[in-house]
Design a binder for this molecule. Structure first.
Ligand code: ITT
Length: 195
């Protein structure tokens, strides 16, 4: 099945391709000549996820899905949350985001470092949107470790994989229990049943 994945994030694309497997052919907006930054002006993962999917569906008429995700850190009141991609500055500077995150946590040394990744995937077909969610519980490491994955993976230790960051574990392991793995496997199961 052919689907457009409304993302410009190559880390997400790599993970989605592996999670969904060969039954799904994924196209990106760039493959279709759409290179503009897709607007995300909502206040929730769900609103932004829907907005990204609608943006691409409107321009292509094709079946598509979007992933809006982020990291919620308890000691920071749920930040960076929906602002995860641009936490330190506009643009997607993953390293600057981690530097800011560790600096913010250093200000509250006695607070627990518990956190979670959350995603809302919106599948947009001719009958409207369908939503799939996933979360991965864990905590923020004291320092970076590993070079695989993307975003906050070098400082995220999942409860399901203690003793290493997601950037050390790598995407194949991460995909088995990650927020994105849960949501995209639910989407694939729904499509197999309903299409
Ligand atoms: P698109 O909107 O183009 O899909 P994006 O990176 O801007 O890409 P989001 O607005 O959903 O996507 O922001 C999600 C950010 O949260 C992402 O840039 C990372 O910083 C972080 N993030 C989400 N999932 C992650 C994961 O699995 N591992 C590490 N960081 C993640």
């Amino acid at each position: 099945m052919k689907l457009v994945f409304a993302t410009g994030n190559l880390g997400k694309l790599r993970e989605a391709a592996e999670i969904l497997g060969p039954d799904f052919e994924l196209l990106t907006p760039a493959d279709l000549g759409i290179t503009d930054e897709i607007p995300e002006t909502g206040n929730t993962f769900r609103a932004n996820s829907l907005q990204k999917a609608e943006y691409i569906r409107l321009r292509t008429g094709l079946d598509c899905f979007a992933d809006d995700s982020g990291l919620e850190v308890d000691a920071l009141g749920g930040a960076p949350g929906i602002h995860s991609a641009r936490y330190a500055a506009p643009g997607h500077d993953f390293d600057a985001n981690i530097t800011k995150l560790l600096a913010e946590l250093a200000k509250v040394p006695d607070a627990p470092r518990t956190a979670r990744f959350r995603t809302v995937v919106t599948l947009l077909l001719d009958d409207g949107p369908h939503f799939f969610e996933g979360t991965m519980e864990g905590r923020i490491a004291e320092r970076r470790a590993g070079c695989r994955g993307f975003g906050y993976d070098p400082v995220f230790i999942a409860d399901a994989m203690p003793g290493m960051t997601m950037a050390e574990a790598g995407e194949e392991v991460k995909n088995r229990f990650s927020h994105r793995g849960q949501a995209l496997r639910a989407m694939a199961a729904w499509l197999r049943e309903n299409r």
